[in-house]
Design a protein around this ligand. Structure first.
Ligand SMILES: Nc1ncnc2c1ncn2[C@@H]1O[C@H](COP(=O)(O)OP(=O)(O)O)[C@@H](O)[C@H]1O
Ligand SMILES: CC(C)(COP(=O)(O)O)[C@@H](O)C(=O)NCCC(=O)O
Length: 313
């Protein structure tokens, strides 16, 4: 009987520790400084310039090589079709997946900044999938208010249309915008993507597949940000506690009520949201997509990336 490839199949994957991975930076120059990093790092994240040099610069080099190779592949199809050389390159699409609170946004922002500083100055755009969540009214109508972040809470058709249009080279493609403050889609607000060279799509479920086409079919490269389940839970709770003195202080915040809670009360509230929504989503939907990622960045308890797994095939 044929054996199914597992998440650990050594034929498919290459596991590297940080020391082995950092050697693969080769001549990629350091293009970020402390000031850049400060603007990119999210609440509770710990990334420093050493991690940028040792983890993100080899990644930037790998993506650089893959962008060039992908353009040659698209050119091969054009040659086959007898088309004249395109005057625009097809946007290279990168997916960044992983749990709530694992630090996807920071990874995606650092990567976007690094890629935009290549010598060729590519135009890099970053879009998060939360803009494609259904608005609160629609989630309520569908009975999904306690399933926010689960695949069915997104307008997956609109998301697929968005990435398809960007990849087809259409000008001014609009993505809706989500607000963590109002806990809802912002009416009338859009993020407009205008013919980027590279699009990074970041979100919990971007590596999902389905019976029909999904955004993951349009990825040229994908990253899964990974960590031990209990560490992610700790990060979620400590970020929640920190938010009492940051985002929750805004009277407009959906979570404003939590700002006045004691440590003990807030820990109970955060653990409840984690256990009822984010943990089951991670186990049922997000984790099963990990084998598909081109690259898995594995974080230790202190948030540092110390292992990398590359899909060779
Ligand atoms: N309730 C909230 N209020 C304000 N910002 C939030 C809230 N929840 C999450 N965020 C921010 O939204 C971004 C995405 O968070 P999340 O979905 O947990 O993914 P990740 O931590 O992997 O980037 C992060 O920058 C986080 O700090
Ligand atoms: C907005 C999110 C669904 C993440 O969206 P993404 O951009 O990853 O698609 C998530 O951060 C969230 O708010 N989840 C709901 C449960 C909670 O508040 O933790």
């Amino acid at each position: 009987m044929a054996r199914l490839s597992s998440d650990r199949d050594p034929g498919l994957y290459l596991e590297l520790d940080r020391r082995q991975w950092r050697e693969l930076r080769r001549s990629m120059p350091m293009v970020l400084d402390e000031h850049d990093l400060e603007e990119l790092v999210g609440l509770g994240e710990q990334i420093d310039l050493k991690e940028v040099a040792e983890v993100y610069l080899p990644l930037s080099r790998l993506i650089h090589l893959q962008v060039e190779a992908r353009q040659r592949l698209f050119a091969a199809t054009s040659t086959f079709l007898g088309e004249r050389q395109r005057n625009r390159q097809v946007p290279f699409v990168i997916g960044v997946a992983g749990s709530v609170a694992v630090g996807k946004s920071t990874t995606a922002r650092v990567l976007a900044k690094l890629l935009s500083r290549w010598e060729s100055h590519p135009k890099v755009d970053l879009v998060t999938t939360d803009g494609f969540l259904y608005p609160t009214a629609e989630l309520q109508r569908r009975g999904l208010m306690h399933r926010k972040g689960f695949p069915e809470s997104y307008d997956r058709r609109a998301l697929l249309r968005f990435v398809t249009e960007v990849k087809s080279g259409i000008e001014s493609v609009r993505a809706p915008v989500y607000s963590h403050v109002s806990y809802d889609i912002v009416p009338g607000a859009f993020h407009t993507v205008n013919q980027p060279d590279i699009l990074i799509l970041e979100g919990l479920n971007v590596l999902q597949t389905g019976p029909t086409l999904t955004v993951s079919d349009l990825f040229d490269f994908s990253i899964y940000v990974d960590a031990n389940l209990s560490h992610i839970e700790d990060w979620y709770i400590s970020r929640f506690l920190q938010m009492r003195t940051t985002s929750f202080t805004d009277p407009a915040s959906h979570f404003h009520f939590y700002a006045s809670l004691t440590d003990e009360q807030a820990t109970i509230a955060a653990r409840d949201i984690w256990t009822s929504i984010n943990r089951p989503n991670l186990i049922e939907n997000i984790l099963p997509t990990r084998p598909r990622a081109t690259l898995v960045l594995r974080k230790d308890r202190d948030h540092s990336i110390n292992r990398v797994r590359l899909r060779k095939l």
